[in-house]
Design a protein. Sequence first.
Lengths: 532, 120
Amino acid sequence: MEILSKYKEAFINESREIISNLNKTLLNLENDPSNLNLINETFRYLHNIKGMSATMGFEEITKISHELENIMDLARKGEKNLTSEIINILFKGVDWLEKLINGLEKNINIKEFNLSSLYEQINLVFSQPKESLKKESNHLDNFIIEPVKPSTLKIDIKILDDLVNLIGELVIAKNRLQEAILSLNDNVLSNLLYNVNKIISNLENTILKTRIVPIEYLFDRFPRMVRDLAKEQKKEINFIIQGKDIGLDRGILDELYEPLIHILRNAVYHGIETPEVRKEVGKDPQGKILLSAKKEENYVIIEVSDDGNGIDINKVKEIAIKKGLIKSNEIDLLTEERCFQLLTLPGFTTVTSVDKTSGRGVGLDVVKNKIESLNGSFKIESNFKKGSKFIIKVPLTLAIIQALIVDIYGETYALPFSIVKEVFSIKDTTNKVDFKGKSIPVINLKKILGIQNGSKSNMKEILIVDFKNQDVGIEISKIKSQHEIVVKPISKLLKPSNIFSGATILGNGEVVLILDINNIIMKEEEIGKQYR
Amino acid sequence: MYKIMIVDDSSFMRMMLKDILKNKYEIISEANNGEEAVEKYKTLKPDLVTIDMIMPNLNGIDAVKQIIKFDPKAKIIMVSAMGQELLVEEAIQSGAKAFIIKPFQPEKVLETVESVLKGK
């Protein structure tokens, strides 16, 4: 049994990789159907799946991959041109392979799948007459395939997390050692310590880098989706990806998948017009969606822009007023940027009919929340009739953040620097302050953190943070310092309270909890209600 | 113990083959394309190599040709799928000693490897 499952797991993993490659080569073939390198590569992938599944005795997978391989064989020999119908059938076949492989993992009985229509379509390909009988050359010539990927190693993400934790421990141990050595006033020891320090800090940087993977892994999941959606909507879309090689923390990468799906779907459904409409308004019948990534200091900026219909700002205002999200006398005070932010309020949607995929509960508010939970920001720009741009900004890594170390009634906490907009001092504890001519609520953390007495001080400081596009004040006693911290996960015992996002260890060895400000504000029901 | 190198672009297939062979032979190396196979052969000089027919960066047959050019006595077994008879023939002409067919039948594989190793 154990041996069987070991093979099965290896089979599933490798097959998934191959399927992702197949989707890539098929998409490329769609644009360049006679590219022999692509044809050979596709052939080879199908051939591999066939061999593997035959070894495992997975007959249905073997059969489908064999049939698809045969199609590619005809294409390779020049006996069949890869028309868009044939490529569609290949896509469909690959989808079935994926379904069957997913089914294997969940032990779903293959008999539950009805594959007859796929086989019918495949048979059609073979029943059509041979198109051309091109060169009868030695078909070994066709095997030259361009070089692929440099060698990489797969590592369980848990091992990387452990490494990050261990290096944190090492830094603490080193700090203790450092204190002991410095108290001895010994030059030789101090010099040795200096070297160790340097190596440890290099080691720390290197280990944190292992969590960074190219954004390609995320972006490569979308071309297929955009293609399918466009076909379904009868739209012509040129989907362009830029900045694939930009690196991003693995954890963040996974979290961005859903928000991007949502934004891209919106772009296909509501952004890009049908070819007829585009022609009428003098645009290229083929719409353009650009997905790009670029690095800016410690952040990665991901943009989705389209040359579609754009967002009608007047309609946005109208709906916001109708839904009571904003008062009609306030609306003219809003800048254009603020207006588009209205779209990210819960319950806002400009599309009245709910179509198959967009809509239904998942709105831009969810996108914004998700990105903010990653310490990032989300912005919308749009030109009515010309197109829209959705801009996501996220930190390179969640493992190291810029943090404010603060004192709250004598206890030390950390919070992400990125969320703080402004800081100012006040004299007395209060629940409201004036900020930029507006009265905003202030949260006192004493109760939430369960601080019983705590030290008293005359001066307080108010941190202004952004919560769902509104300013909220957080009262603290004082700011102690600002620096980079390594975020460590905290035990599940502390998790249910949801007010801490992690912990860190300061240079002096002190363990400090990191406040999850978004959740804290959400917990403050009073304020929560006010901003719903 | 005889030293064997396994060449296949599918790690799953390599694992399968390795599990069949590892009790009787020492698997000294693996390669996932033809180019790597040729390079590794030159430095490691295994007693026997299994080579998959269809691979990126130099296919199986060209790998056989290059290895034979370097070591005319190299013992190479081709790994192929059904329906590749023509290619197998070409590989044998290029210097491969035998072939095994996917999906693997462990007894057949062991039998073939043994007979190639003995056929000095």
